[in-house]
Design a protein around this ligand. Structure first.
Ligand code: AGP
Length: 612
């Protein structure tokens, strides 16, 4: 998964492309490059470098590129090791065309062999390079966009592309199929980018390209077509994020900023969905009719990673509030299952980015079986949101930190709201009970705020435990998924092996791990399974395990079992995962910082995995 950006306008392209690349670095950061058409010599000049974008910046400081039309790329390698040769942009044999690509060309080997037989010479071992040679092959007495259309029709796989040619220096062309691509519409300038954060500093007017659409840009014109050249009308969206939102706002890392944004985001999400006067729950972009939702026989939740853990909480929520049977699977398994689903199955696809390849593939499989799809997503206009019948946006703003935090609690809040909405229209819970839940839910943002007021204590506790080489997270019932999520948060940013487990399973194996070298996080808020958690804590104590407990305020017995307690405010147990998430996120964050890890861009990870 990579980040691409293109610029065409009256200003020098280099600094605009570079600043846009930096905002896209979270999409992949193992190498980067830039190509600009120099006006004087009517040639394309390219600079590329392995490593993060600052390596490219250093090169450009010494040998800058001048010109007003250019493309740039930050890479997360899928084919070809991250090095200078494999970094994008890639060029045709004659060096007259340059291309940047996000996605995977699945039939690139066959195309490459055919092109080599036709005399093309390849420099890299990437899949992308076949595209620019195909364009070269068709770029004879036709405009660039036509050559590109011919090339695209031969490709299978996913792509978001930016293409320039020194033969048409006043043109920037883009195309997408399976990977996101937006157009930034400016005054006397236009932009292409993988997502809005790369262009927000220059324009808030954005067009989201849909599947199999191509755009031809000049500095003051814009035309969108399908891959057959048929014009497509598109409307620009006004993006209400400003650049600061994507900045760190004074926090050391995006992740910490995003952890601290959660009270506001949850408040906004709940206020925008619950009508003040009537208490009615509304979803503006959810287009599946009440009739269809009343006829749903079962729910199948599909997601990856943290979104999957939100879905696991969702299973408890829907079964408790809607009395609907819920199945759940990670997308990479779901997409290859023999699916026992049909028109009466409601698929809930959860994805922060809306671009996760496995989740998109799962949704496409499900729709072949006639199932209706609702997506819970954070990125406006992302592919998943356009392939589902209905969307519930979490509106958490750009989540730059690779480890998902605010998007996770946003997904949980969306699941609670949708479950209450579904319960209401299906007549499962009386409105009085639904109103009581909503009343409780509305108090959660303030309770999250309360936990954040104590984050310094949690940071100290985290630092006291940052030397442990292995962590076990234990939870029960609706907080069993919280244990899985807590373990994922820690392992993905601190690289410490961490395992989430159903606490009741401890005696079936994991208890063998317990000794004084192991830190065990026990999630034990007030609940119907609290006493069971206390038994687990006793078992761990007797084996000298180092225990950290998350407990409910006012619980004064727990201190007798361990000094290491993080208290969360009282709440109805069904909402406790929203509160438990905060200490788990902060614990992971501060352990990782103490260990000097790259918290926002952990090794080997990318923010959105748009390849299989
Ligand atoms: C979460 O902290 C991870 N970065 C990762 O597991 C992520 O949740 C997963 O890749 C799914 O991404 P999505 O929500 O964008 O689909």
């Amino acid at each position: 998964m990579c980040g691409i950006i293109g610029y065409i306008g009256v200003k020098p392209a280099q600094s605009i492309l570079l600043s846009g690349l930096k905002r896209l670095e979270y999409r992949g950061y193992d190498s980067s490059g830039m190509a600009i058409i120099s006006l004087k010599k009517q040639i394309i000049s390219i600079k590329k470098s392995p490593g993060k974008i600052k390596a490219l910046e250093k090169i450009l400081k010494v040998t800058p590129l001048s010109g007003n039309t250019g493309i740039a790329h930050t890479r997360w390698a899928t084919h070809g090791v991250p090095n200078q040769v494999n970094a994008h942009p890639h060029q045709d044999c004659a060096g007259e065309i340059a291309i940047v690509h996000n996605g995977i060309i699945e039939n690139y080997e066959a195309l490459k062999n055919q092109l080599i037989n036709e005399g093309h010479s390849f420099r890299s071992s990437t899949d992308t390079e076949v595209v620019v040679h195909l364009i070269e092959k068709f770029y004879k007495q036709v405009p660039l966009e036509e050559a590109l259309q011919k090339a695209l029709r031969l490709l299978t796989g996913s792509f978001a592309l930016g293409v320039i040619s020194s033969r048409e220096p006043n043109k920037l062309v883009g195309a997408r199929s399976g990977s996101p691509l937006i157009v930034g519409v400016g005054a006397n300038e236009n932009f292409l980018a993988s997502d809005v954060s790369a262009v927000l500093a220059y324009t808030k007017d954005v067009i989201f390209l849909d599947e199999n659409e191509l755009v031809i840009l000049s500095k003051d014109s814009l035309k969108v077509t399908d891959f057959n050249g048929k014009t497509v009308f598109k409307k620009a969206s006004r993006i209400n994020w400003n650049v600061d939102q994507a900045e760190k706002c004074g926090f050391d890392h995006f992740m910490l900023k995003e952890i601290n944004e959660q009270p506001k985001i949850l408040d906004n999400l709940l206020n925008s969905r619950i009508k003040k006067e009537s208490g009615q729950i509304v979803f503006q972009e959810q287009h599946i009719s009440e009739e269809v939702l009343k006829g749903i026989k079962d729910i199948f939740i599909v997601a990856c990673g943290t979104a999957y853990h939100a879905g696991l909480v969702g299973k408890y929520i829907f079964e408790s509030i809607c009395s609907v049977p819920v199945r759940i699977d990670v997308s990479s398994e779901f997409r290859y299952r023999d699916l026992l689903i049909g028109p009466e199955t409601l698929i809930i696809a959860i994805s922060q980015s809306g671009e996760t390849a496995d989740t998109l593939a799962g949704v496409r499989e499900a729709r072949k079986h006639g199932a209706k799809v609702i997506s819970i997503c954070n990125v406006l206009g992302s592919t998943l949101t356009r392939e589902a019948e209905g969307v519930i946006y979490t509106h958490a703003g750009p989540e730059i930190g690779v480890a998902s935090t605010k998007a996770y609690t946003g997904q949980l809040a969306a699941l609670y709201l949708f479950a209450l909405y579904l319960s209401g229209i299906r007549g499962v819970l009386p409105q009085t009970k639904i109103n009581k839940y909503l009343y409780e839910l509305r108090k959660i943002p303030a309770k999250v705020e309360e936990i954040l007021r104590r984050q310094k204590d949690i940071a100290r506790l985290a630092r006291r435990h940052s030397h442990f080489g292995c962590f076990l997270y234990l939870g029960r019932n609706i907080n069993y998924p919280s244990a899985l999520e807590g373990a994922l948060k820690l392992k993905e940013i601190s690289y410490i092996p961490a395992e989430g487990y159903a606490a009741g399973e401890m005696k079936h194996g994991p208890i063998a791990l317990i000794d004084e070298y192991r830190a065990v996080v026990c999630i034990a808020p007030q609940s119907k399974v609290y006493e069971k958690m206390i038994s687990n804590i006793q078992e761990i104590r007797s084996r000298k395990g180092k225990i950290i407990v998350i407990a409910t305020e006012g619980n004064d017995e727990i201190a007798a079992l361990t000094r290491e307690v993080v208290y969360i405010p009282k709440s109805d147990e069904i909402f406790s995962p929203l509160l438990v998430a905060l200490p788990l996120q902060l614990l992971a964050y501060h352990v990782a910082v103490k260990r000097g890890c790259d918290v926002d861009q952990p090794r080997n990870l990318a923010k959105s995995v748009t390849v299989e």
